[in-house]
Design a protein around this ligand. Structure first.
Ligand code: KG4
Ligand code: ZN
Length: 341
């Protein structure tokens, strides 16, 4: 079954053709990041307008790169939520119109479930059951994944998402947007042990997260050391970046390993924008190895928002007859995702 995936929940317009939920025939991503970078974050109205301009060429490019036409497509999958409403409407309406005109089944995909399904696209995907952290600019959600489509939310952030903390700390330090890659690069020159920022663990048996205290601690440190911001080439900012990054990695890794032990899982998956952080992936893998737990993370091309993961999740939904109608609409629900199963 050949699925056309469409993603437009935030600042990437993406389309992909995926066969049987696993073989990527094409995956095209048009990023708006350089436009939003001027403003230091995503401007929703601007995002919607840019999706409108990009959606048609991006879908055509995905079909061309896959060497197929619409006649060869068996189903459409599009992100229904969560995300920016105006941005979602562009991709989802396009998908509804296409599905109606072509008489094809349409899956309205949950963006977070799709991030989990990005691991299915690996050559050697993780076996069920596993623990999966979806960690991005909008979410830090911990799932117990018991089988295809069987996701139970067991923890989430109570305030900022981990990626959001990276972006906000980067902004405070005068680094570019998005903050994650900028902090990771700067941290390479610093010592993660030099400045000990707080770790918010919220109790041992609790799988929720909190990053706003850490963000405030970094703000306080910068306020108390005013010369640092004007000396971005110096070693002090690198120590701040490294100390902050290690605090995030420490909390995420501790909670992930605790959840895996609690649920008797020997596999942990990570997905979403922050899973592109190689310092995180390596550090987590090292720690997890001590407990005989294996780590799975997507290749860089599938860490951030893409449509291949939307098609992978949509394939599962269409096979299970979880189909949308023209009356279905998008949903935002950013930061308060309800457990699915
Ligand atoms: O999944 P994604 O592309 O979009 C959302 O759905 O939010 O994630 C974007 C987030 C941003 O907050 C960005 O700073 C973060 O992922 N990110 C990183 C890295 N690359 C991207 N965070 C830490 N380290 C990175 N290397
Ligand atoms: Zn995402």
């Amino acid at each position: 079954m050949r699925i056309l995936g469409i993603e437009s929940s935030c600042d990437e317009t993406a389309a992909a053709v995926v066969e049987d939920g696993v073989r990527i025939r094409s995956s095209v991503v048009s990023s708006q990041v350089s436009t939003h970078a001027i403003y230091g974050g995503v401007v929703p109205e601007l995002a919607s307008r840019m999706h409108l301009e990009a959606i048609d060429p991006v879908i055509n490019q995905a079909l061309t790169q896959a060497g197929v036409s619409l006649d060869d497509i068996d189903g459409i999958a599009a992100t229904q939520g969560p995300g920016l409403i105006g941005a979602l409407i562009v991709g989802f309406s396009y998908a509804k119109a296409l599905a109606w005109a072509r008489n094809l089944p349409l899956a309205g995909v949950n963006h977070l479930e799709a991030h989990i399904c990005s691991l299915q696209l690996l050559d050697n995907p993780p076996r069920f059951p596993f623990i999966c952290l979806v960690v991005s600019g909008g979410h830090t959600n911990l799932y117990h994944v018991k089988g295809p489509g069987a996701f139970t939310l067991i923890g989430q952030t109570r305030d900022d998402a981990a990626g959001e903390a990276f972006d906000k700390v980067a902004k405070m330090m005068g680094l570019s947007y998005p903050g994650g890659p900028a902090i990771e690069a700067l941290a390479k020159k610093g010592d993660p042990e030099k400045i000990k920022f707080p770790r918010s663990m919220l109790g041992k048996d609790n799988f929720d997260f909190s990053f706003s205290g850490l963000k405030s601690a970094v703000a306080r440190h910068l306020h108390e050391n005013p010369d640092m911001r004007s000396d971005m080439s110096g070693i002090q900012p690198a120590h701040v970046a490294a100390g902050f990054q290690m605090a995030v990695i420490d909390v995420l890794s501790t909670k992930l390993i605790a959840a895996a032990m609690d649920k008797n899982c020997s596999i942990i998956g990570i997905a979403g924008g922050v899973s592109a952080n190689q310092t995180f992936v390596k550090s987590l893998a090292q720690r997890a190895a001590r407990y005989k737990i294996k780590i799975f993370s997507p290749p860089l091309s599938l860490c951030g928002d893409n449509a291949a993961m939307i098609a992978a999740r949509g394939w599962e939904m269409i096979r299970n007859n979880q189909i949308c109608g023209l009356e279905d609409d998008v949903y935002s629900r950013v930061k308060s995702v309800v457990p699915v199963v």
